[in-house]
Design a protein around this ligand. Structure first.
Ligand code: FES
Length: 132
């Protein structure tokens, strides 16, 4: 190899460029396994980090109750059996959220989750009890 060719292969600024496999790995988001029990049926989903569980389910053709998709109307209530979600922006009181209740439209997974849907009445009763 000539001296010129060796200099052309020298690392710039003392660092090597990342390999293509490293760049691809950095671009792949974490995906969580979400299992939702709804009216006696089980829905299994792969939900990417930061994505709404409800919107992912709807995109996959599953029929789950919803209306506003903004965390306001409370027509998409559910209870976490296991796992954790982020539900920033939800209208749930902190007390209710700490008991594991969630609104699927604003819930984004922080881990694999098992979830069961509940009735709006059950959630509204809980909300009213904690607001007194
Ligand atoms: S769809 Fe309205 S709160 Fe979830």
């Amino acid at each position: 190899m000539s001296a010129l060719a060796a200099r052309c292969r020298a690392p710039v600024f003392g660092r090597r460029a990342p390999r293509a496999s490293t760049i691809r790995a950095m671009a792949v988001r974490t995906t969580y396994k979400i299992s939702i029990e709804h009216q006696g049926k089980n829905i299994d989903l792969q939900v990417p980090e930061g994505e709404s569980i409800l919107l992912t389910a709807l995109d996959k053709g599953h029929d789950l109750p919803h209306d506003c998709k903004l965390g306001v109307c409370m027509t998409c209530p559910a209870k976490l059996i296991s796992g954790q979600v982020d539900q920033t922006g939800s209208m749930l009181s902190d007390d209710v959220a700490e008991k594991g209740y969630t609104l699927l439209c604003v819930a984004t997974p922080r881990s694999d989750c098992k979830i069961t849907t509940i009735s709006e009445d059950e959630l509204l009763d809980l909300q009213l009890m904690t607001s007194q």
